[in-house]
Design a protein around this ligand. Structure first.
Ligand code: NAD
Ligand code: 89V
Length: 340
């Protein structure tokens, strides 16, 4: 049995704690949060009695196999470096890995130097419909892909449960786009170049709530990632990512409400329901995300037990984080002008 501690008992940590209860051969045995009220609430809800307001006190008192960090990105570097320097404890850390590339690289280097496994909790690629798209592509459903689109458009009030999203100096690319860019990497491979625009539509928030990215992948695929929290639709689709893939042999569409359509150039069309499985602690519409938290954590525990790194290791996630940085650089930089 892997013994873990959860660091950060805020809004999203509740999903981690529910999910860890369903992960075989792993258990959260201690909790840490600098806010005593949040710590006490999580302790009571999940019946975990060993609680700490200080990371150092927890590391001194507990014999841990792993920590699961669910604090905000400003705290990630210090926490990861402290746990790494303690030694012998694997580290799972929520996205975004950090606020800057320098911090992210330092975290990966600290874990490598200490010889501890380091993974980022990047769960969107673990959503059931996204795994179904990947499996269909791997089975050759569309042949060789040449175009892809990963689209997340919503007007869901994310600020109610995550108020920092309205006040942080960066928003949709760093918080949500990071997931969609990671899905694009997962489906279409590494990115060679990109061009992006960002925009703030909602005047009540500080940073960008719309982003559109055009990417050229190293294997020749062209893809578009488009994200918006300013898109009021008659049928709200939060938190679904819709996917289009055009290939040499056919097309694939992941449409609203988990409808996966594969059409073959030679004629056949198949339509499948790839909805997430229900969990007793999950509730629509976030159940899509909640199920992917469980899928990610199950895989992470299996990897740790088998001495393998999860697919979203710190090193892998630097590539997704580099896309986030490149999107901001591109959006802030000069665009290619169109001559009249
Ligand atoms: P939150 O502010 O609700 O919770 C953060 C908690 O961390 C708070 O309870 C705070 O007191 C605690 N904390 C802060 N500094 C600490 C420290 N040094 N030591 C211990 N505890 C500390 O934030 P949230 O909305 O739960 O988000 C947390 C992280 O989860 C963010 O990185 C966010 O991007 C990520 N997130 C991921 C998903 C996803 O689907 N993967 C969804 C939502 C949020
Ligand atoms: O998944 C997330 O990171 C969340 C949300 C879906 C609201 O963007 O912050």
């Amino acid at each position: 049995m892997l013994k873990g501690a959860l660091i950060g008992c805020g809004y999203f940590a509740e999903n981690h704690l529910h999910a860890w209860r369903q992960v075989p051969d792993a258990a959260i045995v201690a909790l840490c949060d600098t806010d005593p009220a949040r710590l006490a609430a999580a302790s009571q809800t999940f019946s975990i009695g060993r609680t700490y307001t200080s990371l150092e006190a927890m590391l001194a008192a507990e014999a841990l196999d792993f920590v699961d960090i669910a604090t905000g990105p400003r705290t990630h570097r210090a926490l990861v470096e402290a746990v790494a320097s303690h030694g012998g404890i694997a580290i799972i850390c929520q996205k975004p890995i950090a606020r800057t590339m320098a911090d992210a690289e330092a975290m990966v280097a600290a874990c490598a130097a200490a010889g501890v496994p380091f993974a980022i909790h990047e769960n969107f690629r673990w959503q059931t419909p996204i795994r179904a798209v990947k499996a269909a592509m791997q089975e050759g459903a569309v042949g060789t892909p040449f175009f892809g689109r990963c689209s997340f458009r919503s007007a869901f009030d994310v600020y109610a449960r995550q108020p920092y999203l309205a006040t942080d100096e960066r928003f949709i690319v760093e918080d949500l786009g990071i997931h969609i860019l990671d899905i694009a990497r997962f489906l279409f491979g590494e990115v060679a170049h990109l061009s992006a625009t960002t925009k703030r539509v909602n005047p009540a928030i500080r940073a960008e709530d719309v982003a559109t990215v055009l990417m050229g992948h190293a294997n020749g695929v062209t893809s578009v990632v488009d994200c918006s929290y300013a898109t009021a639709l008659p049928h709200e689709r939060f938190p679904q990512t819709l996917v289009e893939v055009d290939g040499s042999e056919g097309t694939l569409r992941l449409d609203a409400d988990y409808r996966l359509t594969v059409h073959r150039r030679d004629g056949g069309t198949t339509v499948r329901d790839v909805a997430p499985r229900p969990l007793d602690w999950a509730a629509a519409p976030a159940h899509l995300i909640q199920e992917s938290v469980l899928a990610f954590q199950r895989d992470a525990a299996r990897c740790l037990a088998e001495g393998r790194l999860p697919e979203t290791s710190g090193t892998d996630n630097l590539k997704t984080f580099a896309l986030v940085q490149a999107v901001y650089r591109s959006a802030e930089g000069p665009m290619t002008r169109v001559e009249p």
